[in-house]
Design a protein around this ligand. Structure first.
Ligand SMILES: *[C@@H]1O[C@H](CO)[C@@H](O)[C@H](O)[C@H]1NC(C)=O
Ligand SMILES: *[C@@H]1O[C@H](CO)[C@@H](O)[C@H](O)[C@H]1NC(C)=O
Ligand SMILES: *[C@@H]1O[C@H](CO)[C@@H](O)[C@H](O)[C@H]1NC(C)=O
Ligand SMILES: *[C@@H]1O[C@H](CO)[C@@H](O)[C@H](O)[C@H]1NC(C)=O
Length: 413
């Protein structure tokens, strides 16, 4: 019973396969209808130009036609049908009808139709997507300098994008994370207004920092639309003390300058000595502390305080007065020292090289001696070696070479 049913099932399967193949084939044939017009979807930014191209593989000389989203005929062959100077014929041949639409508006978005007046009429559709170009971003929220440690919230806004643009924040060249974009839309306006907030806790280092907001959108190159806001931060002076003279030499004049970097600039300076009163011959005058005649007793740590409206800062400098006579000796001393250290290096290098050379010679001599003796030993033991460092040993090794090779084989197995 089961035996005859098997060929029957096979027959049904092959019939179905053939039918399916025929169906698929006929589908392909209809896709390859040489009179079927072909179009492509296009994306264009507001104000830009788009070319709509409609092609057929073959033609029976029937006319091609483009019509707009409202089914109005734009071009019938090379004949213009709608009076709109933005729409121009690009190319009209028996197999192609291409039109250009310039200064594209958001209202131009939609489905355009290409038809060929065969029997029956064949059509193809092309969807034009119009991108709303975002406006240059605007940063708001920063009106006046802020004291360090406080928070600043900046808001960046860009209007008129479609689809909604993405806003990015940068501090200098480094991207910083703002709050997620807020997207606004109103009825009857297909575009969006986008805004983003960035909150920063400012430090003294942020004074003059450049914060920028960049719009990311398909219709603009990255970084093309951006705006920048410089931060101004108020901070207490950071104090640095620099000596005016290169050296502090006993009996000579000497002075220190205190520079307070702050915003605003420091308004007052105050000098003191860590271990008590300022020396009588030291004159404090604003940012400067001058010694008319240095004395060893002036040694010690000097402190400068600088203040502005925001606060105070301090810095220190340790004065080490050098003896009059000793210093003149000391100066050549240091050069002599560095020179001698240079000589030392050369001498050490030379000595090391000589020692290494001697060691190498010794090694070679010792090696030759040992190998010669070892070779004799090996010959006695019927063991050779491939690496003969000289003729003598090579000859010696050749004598016992055979068993040596075997020994090697065993070793490697
Ligand atoms: C189309 O027209 C051209 C001349 O304009 C003619 O040579 C060609 O044979 C025509 N093709 C068909 C399919 O009618
Ligand atoms: C139409 O657009 C194409 C580019 O797509 C351009 O080369 C051509 O000059 C334009 N023609 C007209 C009439 O504007
Ligand atoms: C975007 O902002 C502009 C001006 O600020 C306003 O006129 C417009 O209605 C806003 N559009 C949307 C979609 O919110
Ligand atoms: C330094 O001061 C001491 C007393 O304070 C004085 O005796 C000495 O002469 C001074 N040295 C110089 C170089 O002025």
């Amino acid at each position: 019973m089961a035996f005859p049913s098997a060929p029957c099932a096979l027959w049904i399967v092959s019939l179905l396969t053939a039918l399916f193949a025929a169906a698929v084939h006929s589908n392909i044939v209809s896709d390859e209808d040489p009179l079927q017009p072909m179009t492509s979807d296009e994306t264009v930014s507001v104000g830009g130009m788009v070319t709509l191209t409609c092609r057929v593989a073959e033609t029976d000389n029937s006319s091609l036609q483009w019509s707009n989203t409202a089914q109005q005929t734009l071009y019938f062959g090379e004949k213009r049908a709608l009076r709109d100077n933005r729409i121009q014929l690009h190319r009209s041949t028996p197999t192609e009808l291409s039109i250009n639409i310039s200064d594209v508006q958001l209202s131009d978005e939609g489905e355009y139709t290409c038809s060929i007046f065969t029997m029956p009429v064949r059509t193809a559709r092309a969807t034009v997507t119009v991108l709303g170009v975002p406006g240059t971003p605007q940063i708001s929220g920063f009106e006046k300098p802020v004291p360090e440690g406080e928070k600043v919230t900046l808001t960046c806004t860009s209007t008129g994008s479609k689809p909604p643009a993405k806003l990015r924040w940068y501090k200098g060249d480094v991207e910083v994370q703002g709050r997620p974009d807020v997207v606004e839309s109103v009825p009857d306006d297909p575009t969006y207004n986008v805004s983003s907030e960035l909150t920063l806790e400012v430090t003294a280092n942020d004074d003059n920092a450049k914060i920028s907001c960049v719009v990311d959108h398909d219709s603009v190159k990255h970084g093309e639309k951006r705006s920048e806001q410089s931060l101004r931060v108020l901070y207490a002076p950071e104090v640095a003390i620099t000596p005016e003279e290169r050296m502090a030499i006993e009996g000579q004049r000497f002075s220190l300058q205190c520079s307070g970097k702050g915003n605003p600039e420091p308004t007052s300076y105050f000098w003191e000595k860590a271990e008590g009163e300022l020396p009588p011959l030291a004159k404090a005058d604003g940012a400067f502390l001058s010694f008319s005649v240095l004395n060893k007793s002036d040694n010690g740590m000097y402190i400068c305080h600088a203040a502005n409206d925001i606060g105070k800062g301090r810095g220190s400098y340790t004065l080490q007065v050098q003896g009059k006579g000793r210093n003149t000796e000391e100066k050549p001393d240091t050069t002599a020292m560095s020179a001698s250290s240079g000589v030392d290096h050369a001498v050490i290098g030379g000595v090391v090289a000589v020692i290494v050379f001697i060691l190498l010679c010794l090694l070679i001599v010792l090696g030759r001696y040992l190998i010669r003796h070892k070779g004799t030993y090996l010959t006695h033991e019927a063991k050779g070696s491939d690496d003969a460092p000289d003729a003598d040993t090579a000859i010696i090794n050749a004598e016992g070479g055979h068993s040596g090779a075997e020994e090697k084989k065993e070793y490697f197995i």
